[in-house]
Design a protein around this ligand. Structure first.
Ligand code: GLC
Length: 553
């Protein structure tokens, strides 16, 4: 039984979104950091790739403690990235090319440099009520503030509360201590954030990503237990009500929107994205990117568990379809190490690994996202020393891992494979020393392999990773089967193979992906027409190392 196809399915299913991590994309003024004018200069490159929208990570005024995810003013542009005129020019030039802009709204927290937080610190009760402040005990001192309100851990390490001696209060920060969580239970806060949405809507923006938006509703009573606390505030008590209100008041229902959902559940994501609930267009979940976390520990190493990956894809693909929800399809973003290095073998099978992964997700049901450089097959960094890292989380964990007893070398090895900076190295435009990214000194080092893996060389090579991405994008545009067809996972002949089918009317597409460096048996079905594959020659009955093979049967 196929599910009913809605207008929403066609709208979202026909789009491909490209993520720009602005500080690493293209630098127009030689200060070593990417900027808005840099993006404008590369619009033809994006148009040629075939994408519909670019999601641009935050470029608002910010002290940059978390690279812009610490916003100090939601309505103005950080001079590091340009001016409002630059934004308007980008918006016009993008629109001429049929490319939409998706802005990144960081509404769970603000920077402690935000005017609201400064007023709170000055003791203004109106603004104290904008954040999650909790009184400390009567005997608390700066040296000895006592126990924080909960034992929740910050995502960046350490306890999630910071003590303010002048107020004798704690405030909550689920991320860095300069990122104070907003109090969404306060209607005035919700109204302020809706106003921010309206401001950008009035500038013509019609697509939004909402940063860690399923963390906005905290439970009453500040509970603790023997966990890191995330289950108390992920998909929290009033989350659906708050999202519905924001969507209604901000007038964004039915627009292209996506929520970043941290440690979420399938049921919650069905509600977030089923059009009848009037919340968001689609959701990012991260379960499939934790299959190489031993015992759910990010800061430890293991090989990816492919059967677990397959089961996650199956349950989310089939479950979201059955529940009327909509998935975002992705392997990569600015918080993840490059996936070809992680799930593939970039030494021996770089091309195959870099094309297997997108084949697996782009042909699924949902909306694919491409993270800058993924379409070139960029790999993780080649850093050899902690001094080369910039990310607050990586630097914190390098220290924490050593405090936990690891040697400096062991801690470095883990950071090297897990760091967010592994996905943040600048875009490789060409093979010159600074990769065509900047005429200055890049803010983060560029892997040496940009002499080989770069846009200039791949744009003229019909067999490049980029050319393969172009074909995948074009196929989605051409084929309603890919956009809206039903999806069902198939029993794979090997635990290293992920296979599924898409069906629409009489059409049937079968996709098989070998997540290993060894040959694996293919599904018994033969014949049909090859739609796309990453080997020039497919061998009957066999999947070659990291082979992806999609046939119309
Ligand atoms: C999201 C962003 C990440 C940021 C965090 C806090 O996970 O993608 O980069 O650090 O939210 O805003």
């Amino acid at each position: 039984m196929g599910s009913v196809i809605s207008q929403r399915d066609f709208f979202l299913g026909s789009k491909v979104i490209y993520q720009i991590y602005i500080r690493s994309f293209c630098d127009s003024n030689a200060d070593g950091t990417g900027d808005l004018r840099g993006i404008t200069s590369k619009l033809d490159y994006l148009k040629d790739l075939g994408i519909d929208y670019v999601w641009i990570t935050p470029f608002f005024i910010s002290p940059q403690a978390d690279n812009g995810y610490d916003v100090a003013d939601y309505r103005n542009i950080d001079p590091l990235f340009g001016t409002m005129e630059d934004f308007e020019e980008l918006s016009q030039e993008a629109s001429k090319r049929g490319i939409g802009l998706m802005l990144d709204m960081v509404f769970n927290h603000t920077s402690t440099e935000h005017e609201w937080f400064k007023r709170a610190l000055a003791g203004d009760p109106t603004y104290l009520a904008y954040y999650k402040f909790v009184d400390a005990g009567p005997d608390a001192t700066a040296q000895n503030p006592g126990e924080p309100p909960t034992n929740w851990e910050s995502k960046f390490g350490g306890n999630a509360w910071e003590y303010v001696p002048s107020l004798n209060k704690w405030y909550l920060h689920l991320f860095d201590k300069t990122q104070a969580d907003l109090n969404w239970d306060n209607p005035a806060v919700r109204a302020e954030l809706v106003d921010v949405l309206r401001f950008w809507r009035a500038k013509g923006v019609n697509a939004f990503r909402f940063d860690v938006v399923n963390l906005i509703s905290k439970p009453a009573g500040w509970p603790s237990d023997n966990t890191d606390g995330r289950h108390f505030y992920s998909d929290g008590p009033n989350i659906h009500e708050y999202l519905q209100e924001m969507v209604r008041e901000g007038d964004i229902d039915g627009l292209l929107t996506v929520g970043e959902m941290s440690s979420t559940s399938l049921d919650a994501c069905i509600r977030y994205t089923n059009p009848d609930c009037h919340e968001l267009g689609m959701a990012f979940n991260f379960h499939h990117l934790k299959v190489d976390y031993p015992n759910a520990q990010k800061w430890a190493l293991a090989k990816p568990d492919i059967p677990a990956l397959r089961e996650l894809f199956r349950s989310w693909q089939e479950g979201m379809t059955a529940g009327g929800g909509w998935n975002s399809l992705f392997w990569s973003n600015h918080d993840q190490p490059r996936p070809n290095s992680r799930f593939g073998d970039t030494d021996r099978y770089w091309y195959e690994s870099s094309t297997l992964l997108p084949t697996c997700t782009h042909l699924m049901r949902g909306t694919p996202y491409i993270y800058q450089g993924e379409e070139l097959g960029q790999t993780i960094s080649d850093f050899t020393s902690i001094d080369q890292y910039r990310d607050v989380e990586s630097i914190n964990y390098y220290r924490i891992l050593q405090e936990q007893g690891l040697s400096a070398e062991e801690a470095f090895q883990i950071v090297h494979e897990r760091s967010r900076d592994d996905g943040r190295t600048p875009m490789a435009w060409d093979d010159t020393p600074t990769a065509g990214f900047t005429a200055g000194t890049p803010w983060l080092g560029i892997p040496a392999n940009h002499d080989r893996i770069n846009a200039r060389s791949e744009m003229t090579d019909p067999n490049s990773v980029r050319a393969y991405f172009q074909r995948l994008i074009a196929l989605r545009k051409e084929m309603p089967l890919i956009q809206v067809g039903d999806v069902r996972f198939l029993d794979a002949p090997s635990d290293k193979v992920i296979a599924y089918e898409r069906t629409l009317g009489d059409e049937r597409l079968v996709v098989q992906c070998n997540f290993s460096a060894d040959e694996q048996p293919a599904l018994g079905e033969t014949g049909g027409r090859v739609l796309i594959g990453n080997y020039a020659e497919h061998k009957d009955g066999v999947l070659q190392p990291f082979e992806a093979y999609a046939t119309m049967l």
